[in-house]
Design a protein around this ligand. Structure first.
Ligand code: AHR
Length: 669
């Protein structure tokens, strides 16, 4: 049965058919609120975070120092090296130089460090970092400075040669505004020998959007530095090594039911050596193994598995990690050979164990080997991992299948409590999709991950895609989707196409278990992929129209689907209006969604059996705009939903505005 109710407007024109106008008789929409609905997924709408477009370093991860560990490489960007974004700052007639060294590193995961050689102290000589396009400093805020230092020698000489010796010395960590003004500082004292961890706090005495951090000495000699870090104290939920508050709050406001992370293509990596290995991303940040980001920059992995899981917990979302399926990205290229490669089979047992260890790390007792590492990071309680995705839109080859199967079999035997999500390639159809589904059928996978980026019209032409899905097969995680305009802008048209599509995701929430728009974040000026859900700079966060569509659905989701019928008969492909209706069984609220993609308002008569059991006034949220092609940039007033109360009852009139999404939320009396 096809549950979707769609009004027939006019043949052949999807976006703005002539025909119905406000003067025409209202069409009846009928929902029976007295009947139990069809059970649907309570986790349907979530988010997908990938470190793409500087989403992590320079983005959600609140670290303000760029290249804090001196691990940038020319293999990431041609002009990069360990000293990228660092230079020498001199005060008075101070003189010094900066070189990179790797002789006595902090640990083998962190091989490079910087050596400052001060030949004339003057009023100070230091290392300076300009952050990610400048460091934003706000007057009155506290900034936490942390670094590792090691004294190489003091300026005492024996026979003309510098003597290496341990000693005590002071460093000054200072914030300096674009015009050279000091914005606050603190003194850090070194004593002892070898690498020492120094920490302090700076209270900002002024504000600047392009400040620099300088760590300086007023003595001659040589000092090694590594993992020079600066965080605002005011992170999301006040977490140390935490997340940028405004961005995290914008994500949290989506109230996602789950967070998929850390990719995307980032997960399977550019060549086998670049696969994302979760164990490299936990523990003290200075011990994590940094690496190239396949999107052309660097991963400090300061935002690692612990921080991802903690964020999920903080926002009440299920964690949905994705691990590589033992193969690298099929698009692996210039730096890493070509195409998909599999881990050598003799390395697979160890790799399979790595995946199993993730489950123990997340859910095992604090006394277990990997659970103890979670506990050591400050989280003795389990994280209650429920979903685990293996692979990301791989080409479905024998090399992939063999390795996927090894991982899946081990998980199925050792962790039947985990819902494993397989993959069916990069597209909504075609050979990988078909081969992926054949594997899913054979293995009876619980869920498979579908991806599609398609024009708005594709979404409207496929509003019945899941109506026909066999309910006896694997469920679907629509892990990545977005309506793409030819110029890749976010528009009202793409947002409404997604909204219409999301009504079918609700209607088919018995087979579509999870869905997430992609990608989530993009830093302006550092964007490798458009469109994205949320754009940001160092000081601003700009949600797109598509963000508000996601939000209207996710905060108004339910776990029962109520059939919507109309007096217009069967739907047609040239539809203009899409609807869905869900009940949230916890609150008893019923939520009706109406998506009018057409250019004319649609007068409706809403007939709700059992409306007497609900308040006579309902919250009505509407997202609409005059021009479908409007994009979120360059508009004086970006589109945001409006909120009003409307009178509801057994039968009432409502006009769905042209180009609109309406969400009506009824509350039980
Ligand atoms: O979302 C951006 C990219 O699109 C993802 O990394 C990949 O899975 C897909 O091709």
């Amino acid at each position: 049965m096809r549950y979707l109710f769609v009004l027939v407007m006019s043949a052949g024109v999807a976006w703005g058919p002539p025909g119905m106008s406000a003067a025409e008789p209202a069409t009846a929409i009928h929902v029976d609120l007295t009947q139990p609905g069809k059970p649907i997924s309570g986790d349907l709408f979530g988010i997908f975070f990938e470190d793409l477009n500087y989403a992590a370093d320079g983005g959600l991860y609140a670290e303000l120092v760029q290249n804090r560990s001196f691990e940038y490489q020319a293999t990431e960007q041609m002009r990069w090296g360990p000293l990228t974004n660092w230079d020498v700052a001199t005060f008075g007639d101070g003189r010094g130089s900066l070189v990179v060294d790797a002789g006595r590193p902090l640990n083998r995961n962190n091989p490079h460090y910087a050596v400052l050689d001060v030949s004339r102290a003057g009023d100070g000589v230091g290392i300076a970092n300009g952050g990610f396009d400048g460091i934003v400093v706000r007057k009155g805020q506290i900034y936490d400075i942390s670094l590792f230092a090691r004294q190489l020698y003091v300026e005492r000489r024996w026979g003309g040669r510098p003597i290496k010796q341990d000693d005590k010395f002071s460093l000054v960590a200072r914030l300096i505004g674009e015009n050279g003004d000091a914005l606050g500082e603190t003194t850090l004292e070194y004593s002892g020998s070898g690498w020492q961890h120094l920490q302090g706090e700076i209270k900002a005495t002024g504000s600047d959007q392009k400040a620099r951090l300088v760590v300086l000495t007023k003595a001659r000699g040589g000092i090694a530095f590594d993992v020079v870090s600066l965080f605002p104290r005011d992170t999301f939920h006040g977490r140390p090594n935490g997340l940028r508050k405004d961005l995290a709050e914008t994500i949290a406001a989506l109230r996602p039911k789950f967070v998929r992370f850390p990719g995307g293509c980032l997960v399977h990596g550019n060549g086998l050596a670049n696969m994302y290995r979760w164990k490299d991303t936990i523990g003290p940040v200075e011990q994590r193994r940094e690496q190239a980001n396949l999107w052309g920059y660097h991963q400090s992995v300061g935002l690692g598995y612990f921080e991802y899981f903690q964020f999920c917990e903080d926002i009440g979302a299920e964690p949905l990690p994705v691990v590589p399926a033992g193969v690298c990205c099929q698009n692996s290229g210039h730096t890493a050979g070509a195409g998909q490669e599999g881990l050598p089979l003799d390395e697979m047992p160890e790799y399979v164990q790595e995946v199993l260890d993730l489950v123990q790390w997340a859910n095992g007792p604090a006394t277990s080997e990997w659970g103890s590492k979670r506990a050591a990071a400050g989280h003795p309680e389990p994280f209650h991992l429920k979903y685990l995705a293996v692979g990301n839109e791989e080409n479905i080859t024998p090399v992939f299948e063999e390795r996927f199967r090894m991982i899946y079999d081990a998980l199925a035997i050792q962790h039947p409590e985990i819902t494993v999500i397989g993959t069916v390639g990069p597209f909504p159809d075609g050979p990988d999709y078909e081969k992926g589904w054949r594997i899913a059928d054979r293995l009876q996978l619980p869920i498979v991950d579908e991806h599609y980026y398609r024009p708005p019209d594709w979404f409207l032409d496929n509003l019945d895609r899941y109506d026909a899905y066999d309910r006896g097969k694997s469920q679907v995680y629509l892990g990545e989707y977005a309506a793409h305009e030819p110029d890749r802008r976010s528009t009202l048209r793409s947002a409404l196409a997604e909204a219409a599509y999301m009504t079918q995701l609700e209607r088919n929430g018995d087979v579509v278990r999870l869905a997430s728009y992609a990608p989530l974040l993009a830093k302006r000026g550092h964007t490798q992929w458009n469109p994205d859900l949320i754009y940001f700079s160092n000081t601003e966060v700009t949600p797109t129209i598509n963000y508000y569509v996601q939000q209207l659905f996710s905060v108004n989701s339910g776990d029962e689907y109520l059939v919507v019928s109309s007096d217009q008969g069967q739907p047609a492909d040239d539809s203009s209006l899409a609807t869905s209706c869900v009940r949230d069984s916890a609150s008893g609220d019923v939520i009706l969604k109406l998506v009018n993609v057409g250019k004319e308002p649609i007068p409706l008569r809403l007939e709700l059996d059992g409306a007497g059991n609900f308040d006579k006034s309902a919250i009505c949220r509407v997202l609409t705009g005059e021009r479908l092609a409007v994009s979120e940039f360059g508009t004086p007033k970006p589109l945001v939903p409006t909120t009003a109360q409307i009178a509801v009852g057994k039968s009432f009139e409502y006009e769905a505005p042209a180009h609109s999404l309406t969400v009506v939320r009824l509350k039980p009396r």
